[in-house]
Design a binder for this molecule. Sequence first.
Ligand code: SF4
Length: 492
Amino acid sequence: MVNISKSLYCNYVQCKKMVWLLKNKMEEYVETKNEQVLDNGNKVGDLARRYFGNYSLVKYDEVLINMIMDTKKLLKDGKEIICEASFKFNNLFASIDVLKIEDDGVSIYEVKSSSEIKDIYKDDASFQAYILKKLGYKIKSVNIMHVNSNYVLGKEFDIKEFFTVEDITDISILKENEIEEYVKEMNEVLDSNKEPNIDIDKQCFSPYPCPFFKYCTKHLPEKNVFDINGKFIRLNDKLKLYHEGNYSYETLINSVTNEKALDQIDFVLNNKKPKINVEKIKEFMSKLKYPLYFLDYETCQFVIPEIEGTRPYQQLTFQYSLHILDKEDGELIHKEFLADVNDKDFIRHFAESLIKDIPGDGSVIIYNKSFEPTRNKEIARMYPEFKEDLEKINSNMIDFMIPFYEHWYYTKEMEGSYSIKYVLPALYRDDPSLDYHNLDLIHNGGEASSSFIDMIDKSEEEVLKIRKALLKYCELDTYAMVKIYEKLKEIE
Ligand code: SF4
Protein backbone atom coordinates (compact mmCIF):
# COMPACT_ATOMS: atom_id res chain seq x y z
CA MET A 1 0.00 0.00 0.00
CA VAL A 2 1.32 3.44 -0.91
CA ASN A 3 1.85 5.82 2.01
CA ILE A 4 -0.50 8.79 1.87
CA SER A 5 1.22 11.94 3.07
CA LYS A 6 -0.54 15.23 3.74
CA SER A 7 0.70 16.65 0.43
CA LEU A 8 -0.49 13.59 -1.51
CA TYR A 9 -3.84 13.93 0.21
CA CYS A 10 -4.03 17.60 -0.84
CA ASN A 11 -3.14 16.57 -4.41
CA TYR A 12 -6.10 14.21 -4.29
CA VAL A 13 -8.44 16.94 -3.06
CA GLN A 14 -7.36 18.93 -6.11
CA CYS A 15 -7.64 16.05 -8.62
CA LYS A 16 -7.73 12.27 -8.25
CA LYS A 17 -6.06 11.79 -11.63
CA MET A 18 -3.05 13.85 -10.44
CA VAL A 19 -2.42 11.34 -7.65
CA TRP A 20 -2.60 8.41 -10.10
CA LEU A 21 -0.20 10.17 -12.47
CA LEU A 22 2.20 10.90 -9.60
CA LYS A 23 2.41 7.18 -8.96
CA ASN A 24 2.36 5.92 -12.55
CA LYS A 25 3.59 8.61 -14.93
CA MET A 26 6.20 10.72 -13.19
CA GLU A 27 8.04 11.08 -16.52
CA GLU A 28 5.22 13.43 -17.58
CA TYR A 29 5.64 15.71 -14.56
CA VAL A 30 6.59 19.33 -15.38
CA GLU A 31 7.74 21.36 -12.37
CA THR A 32 5.42 24.29 -11.66
CA LYS A 33 6.65 25.30 -8.21
CA ASN A 34 8.65 28.44 -7.89
CA GLU A 35 11.90 28.12 -5.92
CA GLN A 36 11.36 31.43 -4.18
CA VAL A 37 7.99 30.23 -2.87
CA LEU A 38 9.60 27.05 -1.51
CA ASP A 39 12.40 29.06 0.06
CA ASN A 40 9.93 31.43 1.73
CA GLY A 41 8.04 28.40 3.05
CA ASN A 42 11.20 27.09 4.69
CA LYS A 43 12.10 30.46 6.22
CA VAL A 44 8.63 30.99 7.67
CA GLY A 45 8.47 27.38 8.85
CA ASP A 46 11.74 27.79 10.76
CA LEU A 47 10.63 31.10 12.22
CA ALA A 48 7.24 29.75 13.36
CA ARG A 49 8.99 27.36 15.74
CA ARG A 50 10.30 30.31 17.75
CA TYR A 51 6.74 31.60 18.19
CA PHE A 52 6.18 28.95 20.85
CA GLY A 53 9.37 29.47 22.86
CA ASN A 54 11.35 26.31 23.71
CA TYR A 55 10.65 23.48 21.34
CA SER A 56 11.88 20.03 20.35
CA LEU A 57 12.42 19.14 16.73
CA VAL A 58 11.98 15.79 15.01
CA LYS A 59 14.69 15.71 12.37
CA TYR A 60 13.73 14.74 8.83
CA ASP A 61 14.54 11.13 8.01
CA GLU A 62 13.80 9.27 4.80
CA VAL A 63 12.86 6.30 6.94
CA LEU A 64 9.54 7.49 8.31
CA ILE A 65 9.51 5.05 11.18
CA ASN A 66 12.58 6.81 12.62
CA MET A 67 10.65 10.09 12.74
CA ILE A 68 7.69 8.35 14.35
CA MET A 69 9.95 6.74 16.98
CA ASP A 70 11.64 10.09 17.72
CA THR A 71 8.21 11.67 18.20
CA LYS A 72 7.17 8.91 20.59
CA LYS A 73 10.29 9.47 22.64
CA LEU A 74 9.73 13.23 22.88
CA LEU A 75 6.13 12.66 23.92
CA LYS A 76 7.25 10.18 26.58
CA ASP A 77 9.80 12.72 27.83
CA GLY A 78 6.94 15.16 28.40
CA LYS A 79 7.98 17.73 25.77
CA GLU A 80 5.29 20.35 25.33
CA ILE A 81 6.14 21.76 21.90
CA ILE A 82 7.23 19.33 19.19
CA CYS A 83 7.99 20.54 15.66
CA GLU A 84 7.62 18.06 12.80
CA ALA A 85 5.91 15.63 15.19
CA SER A 86 5.30 12.58 13.00
CA PHE A 87 2.47 10.06 13.13
CA LYS A 88 1.15 7.15 11.11
CA PHE A 89 -2.28 5.57 11.06
CA ASN A 90 -2.60 2.63 8.64
CA ASN A 91 -0.94 4.04 5.50
CA LEU A 92 -1.66 7.70 6.40
CA PHE A 93 1.36 9.70 7.47
CA ALA A 94 1.79 13.30 8.61
CA SER A 95 4.52 15.47 10.09
CA ILE A 96 2.89 18.29 12.00
CA ASP A 97 4.63 21.65 11.71
CA VAL A 98 4.05 22.42 15.39
CA LEU A 99 2.28 20.23 17.93
CA LYS A 100 1.45 21.70 21.31
CA ILE A 101 0.74 19.19 24.07
CA GLU A 102 -1.42 20.25 27.00
CA ASP A 103 -3.27 18.37 29.74
CA ASP A 104 -6.62 18.79 28.02
CA GLY A 105 -5.51 17.75 24.52
CA VAL A 106 -3.15 18.53 21.68
CA SER A 107 -3.18 21.54 19.34
CA ILE A 108 -2.06 21.35 15.74
CA TYR A 109 -0.44 24.33 14.00
CA GLU A 110 0.00 24.15 10.25
CA VAL A 111 2.37 26.93 9.12
CA LYS A 112 1.98 28.68 5.78
CA SER A 113 4.13 31.39 4.26
CA SER A 114 1.26 32.97 2.37
CA SER A 115 -0.57 36.01 3.67
CA GLU A 116 -4.03 34.49 3.35
CA ILE A 117 -5.73 31.18 3.99
CA LYS A 118 -6.59 28.97 1.03
CA ASP A 119 -9.23 26.26 1.36
CA ILE A 120 -6.62 23.60 0.64
CA TYR A 121 -4.76 24.57 3.84
CA LYS A 122 -7.85 23.57 5.80
CA ASP A 123 -7.81 20.15 4.10
CA ASP A 124 -4.13 19.83 4.95
CA ALA A 125 -4.54 20.62 8.67
CA SER A 126 -7.77 18.58 8.93
CA PHE A 127 -5.99 15.53 7.49
CA GLN A 128 -3.41 15.80 10.28
CA ALA A 129 -6.12 16.11 12.92
CA TYR A 130 -7.86 13.06 11.44
CA ILE A 131 -4.72 10.91 11.84
CA LEU A 132 -4.20 12.02 15.43
CA LYS A 133 -7.83 11.41 16.30
CA LYS A 134 -7.67 7.91 14.81
CA LEU A 135 -4.61 7.29 16.96
CA GLY A 136 -6.63 8.22 20.03
CA TYR A 137 -5.42 11.77 20.72
CA LYS A 138 -7.85 14.34 22.03
CA ILE A 139 -7.72 17.32 19.66
CA LYS A 140 -7.92 20.60 21.52
CA SER A 141 -7.53 22.83 18.49
CA VAL A 142 -6.51 22.86 14.84
CA ASN A 143 -4.89 26.06 13.60
CA ILE A 144 -3.37 27.64 10.56
CA MET A 145 -0.52 30.06 11.18
CA HIS A 146 0.19 32.39 8.29
CA VAL A 147 1.95 35.66 7.58
CA ASN A 148 0.17 38.85 8.61
CA SER A 149 0.57 41.03 5.52
CA ASN A 150 -0.26 44.17 7.53
CA TYR A 151 2.71 43.71 9.82
CA VAL A 152 5.21 46.55 9.57
CA LEU A 153 8.72 46.01 10.91
CA GLY A 154 9.52 48.44 13.72
CA LYS A 155 12.81 48.87 15.58
CA GLU A 156 12.54 45.24 16.74
CA PHE A 157 11.00 42.21 15.04
CA ASP A 158 7.76 41.16 16.76
CA ILE A 159 7.05 37.50 16.04
CA LYS A 160 3.60 37.58 17.65
CA GLU A 161 2.53 40.39 15.32
CA PHE A 162 4.18 38.81 12.28
CA PHE A 163 1.98 35.72 12.40
CA THR A 164 -1.79 35.42 12.28
CA VAL A 165 -3.22 32.28 13.85
CA GLU A 166 -6.64 31.12 12.72
CA ASP A 167 -8.52 28.41 14.57
CA ILE A 168 -10.19 25.98 12.16
CA THR A 169 -11.12 23.29 14.70
CA ASP A 170 -14.83 23.33 13.75
CA ILE A 171 -14.03 23.00 10.06
CA SER A 172 -11.68 20.10 10.70
CA ILE A 173 -14.46 18.24 12.53
CA LEU A 174 -16.86 18.84 9.64
CA LYS A 175 -14.27 17.42 7.22
CA GLU A 176 -13.82 14.09 9.02
CA ASN A 177 -16.36 12.12 6.94
CA GLU A 178 -15.01 13.58 3.74
CA ILE A 179 -11.45 12.54 4.69
CA GLU A 180 -12.66 9.02 5.53
CA GLU A 181 -14.29 8.76 2.12
CA TYR A 182 -11.39 10.32 0.19
CA VAL A 183 -8.85 8.04 1.85
CA LYS A 184 -10.87 4.97 0.85
CA GLU A 185 -11.16 6.21 -2.74
CA MET A 186 -7.51 7.19 -2.84
CA ASN A 187 -6.37 3.71 -1.90
CA GLU A 188 -8.52 2.31 -4.72
CA VAL A 189 -7.13 4.82 -7.24
CA LEU A 190 -3.55 4.13 -6.17
CA ASP A 191 -4.07 0.36 -6.38
CA SER A 192 -5.60 0.53 -9.83
CA ASN A 193 -3.77 0.19 -13.14
CA LYS A 194 -6.42 2.25 -14.87
CA GLU A 195 -5.85 5.98 -15.34
CA PRO A 196 -8.85 7.92 -13.93
CA ASN A 197 -10.93 9.51 -16.64
CA ILE A 198 -10.93 13.17 -15.61
CA ASP A 199 -11.17 15.99 -18.10
CA ILE A 200 -9.50 19.40 -17.97
CA ASP A 201 -11.31 21.88 -15.74
CA LYS A 202 -10.84 24.45 -12.99
CA GLN A 203 -8.92 21.96 -10.84
CA CYS A 204 -6.04 22.08 -13.33
CA PHE A 205 -5.31 25.69 -12.36
CA SER A 206 -6.38 25.97 -8.77
CA PRO A 207 -5.39 25.87 -5.94
CA TYR A 208 -2.10 25.20 -7.77
CA PRO A 209 -1.19 24.89 -11.45
CA CYS A 210 -1.08 21.16 -12.15
CA PRO A 211 2.29 19.70 -13.20
CA PHE A 212 0.51 17.30 -15.58
CA PHE A 213 -1.30 19.94 -17.63
CA LYS A 214 0.86 19.29 -20.70
CA TYR A 215 0.15 15.56 -20.48
CA CYS A 216 -3.60 16.03 -20.01
CA THR A 217 -3.84 18.46 -22.95
CA LYS A 218 -1.81 16.39 -25.38
CA HIS A 219 -4.95 15.79 -27.48
CA LEU A 220 -5.22 19.54 -28.19
CA PRO A 221 -3.67 21.23 -31.23
CA GLU A 222 -0.37 23.03 -30.63
CA LYS A 223 -2.10 26.41 -30.59
CA ASN A 224 -5.33 26.25 -28.64
CA VAL A 225 -7.70 28.18 -26.42
CA PHE A 226 -5.39 27.90 -23.38
CA ASP A 227 -2.69 29.86 -25.25
CA ILE A 228 -4.87 32.95 -25.55
CA ASN A 229 -3.91 35.79 -23.23
CA GLY A 230 -5.96 35.43 -20.05
CA LYS A 231 -6.69 39.16 -20.02
CA PHE A 232 -8.64 38.77 -23.27
CA ILE A 233 -10.46 35.52 -22.50
CA ARG A 234 -10.93 34.63 -18.84
CA LEU A 235 -10.26 31.11 -17.61
CA ASN A 236 -13.95 30.25 -17.07
CA ASP A 237 -14.73 31.24 -20.64
CA LYS A 238 -11.76 29.27 -21.95
CA LEU A 239 -13.00 26.19 -20.11
CA LYS A 240 -16.50 26.70 -21.48
CA LEU A 241 -15.15 26.92 -25.03
CA TYR A 242 -13.00 23.85 -24.43
CA HIS A 243 -15.94 21.76 -23.19
CA GLU A 244 -17.95 22.84 -26.22
CA GLY A 245 -15.18 21.39 -28.39
CA ASN A 246 -14.28 24.87 -29.55
CA TYR A 247 -10.59 24.98 -28.74
CA SER A 248 -8.59 25.14 -31.98
CA TYR A 249 -7.69 28.50 -33.53
CA GLU A 250 -9.56 27.35 -36.68
CA THR A 251 -12.89 27.16 -34.84
CA LEU A 252 -12.25 29.94 -32.33
CA ILE A 253 -11.83 32.50 -35.09
CA ASN A 254 -15.53 32.17 -35.84
CA SER A 255 -16.77 32.46 -32.28
CA VAL A 256 -14.45 34.68 -30.23
CA THR A 257 -15.66 38.26 -29.96
CA ASN A 258 -12.87 39.94 -27.98
CA GLU A 259 -10.94 41.95 -30.57
CA LYS A 260 -7.51 41.44 -29.05
CA ALA A 261 -8.04 37.68 -28.72
CA LEU A 262 -9.19 37.68 -32.33
CA ASP A 263 -5.96 39.42 -33.36
CA GLN A 264 -3.94 36.79 -31.53
CA ILE A 265 -5.75 33.98 -33.39
CA ASP A 266 -6.08 35.66 -36.77
CA PHE A 267 -2.44 36.77 -37.05
CA VAL A 268 -1.12 33.27 -36.40
CA LEU A 269 -3.73 31.44 -38.45
CA ASN A 270 -3.48 33.71 -41.48
CA ASN A 271 0.19 34.63 -41.12
CA LYS A 272 -0.78 38.30 -41.16
CA LYS A 273 1.59 41.22 -41.62
CA PRO A 274 2.08 43.64 -38.67
CA LYS A 275 -0.76 46.08 -38.09
CA ILE A 276 0.09 49.67 -37.19
CA ASN A 277 -2.39 52.37 -36.29
CA VAL A 278 -0.31 55.35 -37.49
CA GLU A 279 -2.69 58.02 -36.22
CA LYS A 280 -2.91 56.63 -32.69
CA ILE A 281 0.84 56.13 -32.42
CA LYS A 282 1.61 59.63 -33.69
CA GLU A 283 -0.82 61.10 -31.20
CA PHE A 284 0.78 59.02 -28.42
CA MET A 285 4.32 60.06 -29.37
CA SER A 286 3.35 63.74 -29.60
CA LYS A 287 2.85 63.71 -25.80
CA LEU A 288 6.56 63.07 -25.13
CA LYS A 289 8.47 65.96 -23.56
CA TYR A 290 12.29 66.13 -23.69
CA PRO A 291 14.51 65.26 -21.94
CA LEU A 292 13.25 61.67 -22.03
CA TYR A 293 14.04 59.47 -19.02
CA PHE A 294 13.71 55.77 -19.83
CA LEU A 295 13.35 54.19 -16.42
CA ASP A 296 13.07 50.64 -15.06
CA TYR A 297 13.10 49.27 -11.49
CA GLU A 298 14.08 45.90 -10.14
CA THR A 299 12.59 44.83 -6.83
CA CYS A 300 12.87 42.01 -4.33
CA GLN A 301 10.57 40.74 -1.61
CA PHE A 302 11.48 39.52 1.84
CA VAL A 303 8.81 37.37 3.41
CA ILE A 304 10.31 38.26 6.81
CA PRO A 305 10.90 42.02 6.55
CA GLU A 306 14.46 43.14 7.13
CA ILE A 307 14.12 46.87 6.61
CA GLU A 308 12.40 49.05 9.17
CA GLY A 309 9.06 50.38 7.95
CA THR A 310 8.47 47.57 5.41
CA ARG A 311 5.84 44.83 5.33
CA PRO A 312 6.17 41.11 4.45
CA TYR A 313 6.33 40.63 0.68
CA GLN A 314 6.62 44.36 0.03
CA GLN A 315 8.29 45.04 -3.33
CA LEU A 316 11.56 46.69 -2.36
CA THR A 317 13.36 48.73 -5.00
CA PHE A 318 17.01 47.75 -5.09
CA GLN A 319 18.01 48.76 -8.61
CA TYR A 320 17.16 51.07 -11.46
CA SER A 321 18.48 51.71 -14.93
CA LEU A 322 17.99 55.05 -16.59
CA HIS A 323 18.69 56.07 -20.16
CA ILE A 324 18.43 59.80 -20.81
CA LEU A 325 17.90 61.46 -24.17
CA ASP A 326 17.99 65.24 -23.79
CA LYS A 327 16.72 66.03 -27.30
CA GLU A 328 15.49 64.24 -30.40
CA ASP A 329 18.90 63.62 -31.92
CA GLY A 330 20.80 64.05 -28.68
CA GLU A 331 23.37 61.78 -27.13
CA LEU A 332 22.04 58.82 -25.13
CA ILE A 333 23.35 58.83 -21.54
CA HIS A 334 23.08 55.90 -19.17
CA LYS A 335 22.81 56.09 -15.36
CA GLU A 336 22.12 53.33 -12.87
CA PHE A 337 21.82 52.38 -9.23
CA LEU A 338 22.32 48.98 -7.63
CA ALA A 339 22.07 48.65 -3.87
CA ASP A 340 24.39 46.75 -1.58
CA VAL A 341 22.30 43.83 -0.29
CA ASN A 342 23.74 44.36 3.21
CA ASP A 343 22.78 48.03 3.32
CA LYS A 344 19.79 48.22 5.68
CA ASP A 345 18.92 51.63 4.25
CA PHE A 346 19.04 50.74 0.56
CA ILE A 347 15.57 52.06 -0.28
CA ARG A 348 16.50 55.51 0.98
CA HIS A 349 19.72 55.42 -1.05
CA PHE A 350 17.78 54.26 -4.11
CA ALA A 351 15.39 57.23 -3.78
CA GLU A 352 18.17 59.77 -3.20
CA SER A 353 20.03 58.60 -6.30
CA LEU A 354 16.88 58.51 -8.44
CA ILE A 355 15.85 62.04 -7.50
CA LYS A 356 19.35 63.28 -8.28
CA ASP A 357 19.34 61.52 -11.67
CA ILE A 358 15.92 62.83 -12.73
CA PRO A 359 16.09 66.55 -11.99
CA GLY A 360 14.17 67.74 -15.05
CA ASP A 361 10.53 67.88 -16.00
CA GLY A 362 10.76 65.66 -19.08
CA SER A 363 8.75 62.52 -19.74
CA VAL A 364 9.62 59.52 -17.61
CA ILE A 365 9.11 56.51 -19.83
CA ILE A 366 8.28 53.25 -18.16
CA TYR A 367 6.83 49.95 -19.30
CA ASN A 368 3.78 48.89 -17.26
CA LYS A 369 2.39 51.99 -15.67
CA SER A 370 1.26 50.60 -12.36
CA PHE A 371 4.60 49.19 -11.19
CA GLU A 372 7.07 52.07 -10.85
CA PRO A 373 4.53 54.68 -9.63
CA THR A 374 3.27 52.32 -6.94
CA ARG A 375 6.81 51.73 -5.71
CA ASN A 376 7.39 55.51 -5.62
CA LYS A 377 4.24 55.99 -3.55
CA GLU A 378 5.41 53.32 -1.10
CA ILE A 379 8.83 54.97 -0.79
CA ALA A 380 7.18 58.35 -0.23
CA ARG A 381 5.14 56.83 2.61
CA MET A 382 8.31 55.50 4.21
CA TYR A 383 10.34 58.68 3.64
CA PRO A 384 8.02 61.71 3.42
CA GLU A 385 11.02 63.96 2.66
CA PHE A 386 11.07 62.44 -0.87
CA LYS A 387 7.31 62.74 -1.44
CA GLU A 388 7.31 65.90 -3.53
CA ASP A 389 10.10 64.78 -5.88
CA LEU A 390 8.67 61.30 -6.34
CA GLU A 391 5.21 62.71 -7.02
CA LYS A 392 6.72 64.91 -9.71
CA ILE A 393 8.43 61.90 -11.31
CA ASN A 394 5.15 59.98 -11.18
CA SER A 395 3.20 62.82 -12.78
CA ASN A 396 5.60 62.79 -15.76
CA MET A 397 5.33 59.05 -16.39
CA ILE A 398 4.30 57.73 -19.77
CA ASP A 399 3.67 54.03 -20.28
CA PHE A 400 5.23 52.58 -23.41
CA MET A 401 3.21 49.41 -23.00
CA ILE A 402 0.03 51.22 -24.09
CA PRO A 403 0.54 51.10 -27.90
CA PHE A 404 1.13 47.35 -27.66
CA TYR A 405 -1.56 46.65 -25.08
CA GLU A 406 -4.07 48.51 -27.24
CA HIS A 407 -2.84 46.68 -30.37
CA TRP A 408 -2.03 49.98 -32.12
CA TYR A 409 1.09 48.06 -33.02
CA TYR A 410 0.67 44.31 -33.25
CA THR A 411 2.58 41.48 -34.91
CA LYS A 412 1.95 37.75 -34.87
CA GLU A 413 5.23 37.18 -33.00
CA MET A 414 3.78 39.00 -29.98
CA GLU A 415 1.43 35.98 -29.52
CA GLY A 416 -1.13 38.03 -27.64
CA SER A 417 1.47 39.33 -25.19
CA TYR A 418 2.41 42.96 -24.65
CA SER A 419 5.32 42.15 -22.36
CA ILE A 420 8.57 43.82 -23.40
CA LYS A 421 10.14 40.34 -23.63
CA TYR A 422 7.76 39.57 -26.53
CA VAL A 423 7.47 43.05 -28.04
CA LEU A 424 11.19 43.68 -28.43
CA PRO A 425 12.06 40.56 -30.49
CA ALA A 426 8.92 41.14 -32.54
CA LEU A 427 10.10 44.65 -33.45
CA TYR A 428 13.77 43.74 -33.85
CA ARG A 429 14.00 40.22 -35.17
CA ASP A 430 17.39 38.49 -34.98
CA ASP A 431 19.21 41.29 -33.15
CA PRO A 432 21.45 39.46 -30.64
CA SER A 433 22.21 42.66 -28.71
CA LEU A 434 18.52 42.89 -27.79
CA ASP A 435 18.01 39.24 -26.98
CA TYR A 436 17.50 38.56 -23.26
CA HIS A 437 18.57 34.93 -23.83
CA ASN A 438 22.11 36.14 -24.57
CA LEU A 439 22.52 37.66 -21.12
CA ASP A 440 24.61 36.00 -18.43
CA LEU A 441 22.88 34.58 -15.31
CA ILE A 442 19.86 36.91 -15.26
CA HIS A 443 17.16 36.92 -17.94
CA ASN A 444 13.99 38.12 -16.19
CA GLY A 445 12.71 40.04 -13.18
CA GLY A 446 12.28 36.88 -11.07
CA GLU A 447 15.91 35.91 -11.55
CA ALA A 448 17.03 39.48 -10.82
CA SER A 449 15.10 39.48 -7.56
CA SER A 450 16.35 36.10 -6.32
CA SER A 451 19.95 36.82 -7.43
CA PHE A 452 19.95 40.05 -5.44
CA ILE A 453 18.81 38.26 -2.26
CA ASP A 454 21.23 35.37 -2.94
CA MET A 455 24.16 37.79 -2.70
CA ILE A 456 23.73 37.83 1.09
CA ASP A 457 25.53 34.45 1.34
CA LYS A 458 27.93 34.70 -1.58
CA SER A 459 31.70 35.20 -1.77
CA GLU A 460 33.13 38.53 -2.91
CA GLU A 461 33.93 37.05 -6.31
CA GLU A 462 30.41 35.69 -6.79
CA VAL A 463 28.89 38.98 -5.66
CA LEU A 464 30.88 40.82 -8.32
CA LYS A 465 29.65 38.39 -10.97
CA ILE A 466 26.01 38.75 -9.91
CA ARG A 467 26.23 42.55 -9.72
CA LYS A 468 27.64 42.67 -13.24
CA ALA A 469 24.82 40.46 -14.52
CA LEU A 470 22.18 42.54 -12.70
CA LEU A 471 23.51 45.77 -14.19
CA LYS A 472 23.54 44.30 -17.70
CA TYR A 473 20.02 42.92 -17.34
CA CYS A 474 18.44 46.12 -16.07
CA GLU A 475 20.32 48.21 -18.62
CA LEU A 476 18.83 46.09 -21.40
CA ASP A 477 15.34 46.77 -20.04
CA THR A 478 15.71 50.53 -20.51
CA TYR A 479 17.73 50.20 -23.69
CA ALA A 480 14.83 48.12 -25.02
CA MET A 481 12.53 51.07 -24.32
CA VAL A 482 14.89 53.38 -26.23
CA LYS A 483 14.73 50.97 -29.18
CA ILE A 484 10.94 50.85 -28.96
CA TYR A 485 10.93 54.67 -28.93
CA GLU A 486 13.08 54.66 -32.10
CA LYS A 487 10.72 52.24 -33.79
CA LEU A 488 7.62 54.25 -32.87
CA LYS A 489 9.32 57.49 -33.99
CA GLU A 490 9.82 55.99 -37.48
CA ILE A 491 6.09 55.64 -37.96
CA GLU A 492 4.71 58.28 -40.28
S1 SF4 B 1 -4.07 18.52 -15.62
FE1 SF4 B 1 -6.04 18.63 -14.68
S2 SF4 B 1 -7.04 16.71 -15.12
FE2 SF4 B 1 -4.87 16.43 -15.51
S3 SF4 B 1 -4.10 15.62 -13.59
FE3 SF4 B 1 -3.84 17.79 -13.54
S4 SF4 B 1 -5.61 18.58 -12.50
FE4 SF4 B 1 -6.07 16.48 -13.13
